[in-house]
Design a binder for this molecule. Structure first.
Ligand code: NAI
Length: 357
């Protein structure tokens, strides 16, 4: 197995390289800035599956018209605490970020803000959104639709997507708690990695074309939900909240990332923002979260563990480490970012997993 050559960058350097590339592909500066911020944030926390690795694909999509470059954004407030943000198939990261501002505003004014993002592109790592809300003393839950590539529990054909759930809550003396996960055991990227290295995968990750668990990464046709029927239930919940609730295509009708890169994706996302001060004393709430974390840290670790971490803490620890050491980016990706290249036929009409057949 050959080690990948890496380049170390700061979050700001990475942001600027990504923004520059997206602008070169045709994206407006304000939009490119937020997409770059989201992707650099992901890499800076070790979520490399949703960082710079995606720029090549986004740039092709932008260049080929699959993201609306001049979206007609509209926020329709539908009740005291609710609204729908019409994203008009603009880039998802920017649209979701604009919608988040409305949801936070509603939660500050009314105690709760629930805002759906209607017809958006892919929005990346959801931690980016919930963390911002928690930094403003809000509790945040965000869910979104994703490409159908997961078999139902007991099924052999894909139906739901990897439908992620992100949660954040403020703390008194520390950065907020942020927990953010796909509802599949593993991301597709991990299968690709095993393929490239020709190594077996655990039989809990994915299934072959007949729906049977497989250890052969080359036979994988679909992914498995976390914890069997429970993860399956969670991905259904996410799809209902961010798809059906917004009148969008649902389940297997959700668009695939690569099927047609020249058309908008019509995806949905839902931000649910809760203002703790409408339920309890805010400062006590934040102190209690700090106490919870301290108690978890003080718990006796299991064999082979150094310390009990709170859910999501690993990403925070990675962020601190990379801040000191620099963020490792695969050299091939770095070379692409500093080049003038924009691909036009690398991803279009690929299969659900981004492979040309
Ligand atoms: P993951 O499995 O790497 O981590 C999931 C969560 O568990 C993170 O909050 C992480 O900090 C935490 N964690 C992991 N190990 C831990 C430990 N030892 N102790 C404490 N906490 C620990 O993440 P996953 O499921 O691969 O998702 C990656 C990203 O993909 C997420 O940001 C998600 O939002 C994004 N995503 C986006 C989609 C989209 O369509 N926009 C679709 C699917 C995922």
């Amino acid at each position: 197995m050959t080690e990948l050559e890496m380049v170390r960058v700061t979050e700001k350097e990475l942001h600027d390289l990504i923004q520059n590339k997206l602008e070169k592909a045709g994206l407006a500066t304000a939009h490119a800035d937020v997409v770059a911020d989201t992707l650099a944030f992901a890499d800076a926390r070790g979520i490399h599956s949703h960082g710079a690795v995606r720029v090549d694909y986004y740039a092709e999509r932008i260049a080929k018209g699959g993201s609306n470059l001049t979206p007609d954004f509209k926020f329709n407030q539908t009740g005291p605490s609710t609204g729908v943000f019409e994203a008009d198939n603009g880039v998802g990261h920017f649209a979701a970020n604009e919608a988040l501002k409305e949801a936070i505003r509603l939660a500050k004014e009314t105690g709760i803000g629930v805002v759906g993002v209607h017809q958006m592109g892919h929005s990346g790592a959801l931690a980016y959104f919930v963390k911002q809300a928690a930094e403003q003393d809000m509790i945040a839950l965000s869910v979104c639709q994703s490409d159908p590539m997961v078999v139902p529990f007991g099924g052999s054909e894909p139906y739901f997507g990897t439908n992620p759930i992100a949660f954040a809550a403020p703390r008194k003396n520390h950065t907020p708690i942020v927990f953010d996960m796909a509802t599949t055991v593993q991301a597709w990227g991990k299968i690709l990695d095993a393929r490239s290295r020709n190594v077996e995968i655990p039989n809990t990750w994915a299934v072959d074309g007949a729906g049977n668990p497989t250890t052969n990464p080359h036979e994988v046709k679909a992914l498995l939900p976390i914890a069997g029927p429970k993860g399956y239930g969670l991905m259904m919940m996410v799809d209902i909240l961010s798809g059906s609730l917004l009148g969008l295509p649902f389940g297997k009708h959700v668009s695939s990332m690569y099927t047609d890169i020249t058309a908008g994706r019509n995806l949905g996302q839902l931000h649910m923002i809760i203002n703790p001060s409408y339920f309890t004393d805010l400062e006590t709430f934040k102190e209690n979260i700090d106490q919870m974390v301290s108690e978890l840290h003080a718990g006796k670790p299991a064999a082979d563990f150094e310390q009990v971490l709170y859910p999501g803490e690993l990403s925070e620890m990675t962020a601190e480490k990379y801040q000191k050491e620099g963020i490792p980016i695969v050299k091939e990706i770095y070379d692409y970012l500093i080049s003038d290249t924009i691909h036009f036929d690398k991803y279009d009409k690929a299969n659900a997993f981004g492979e040309k057949e």
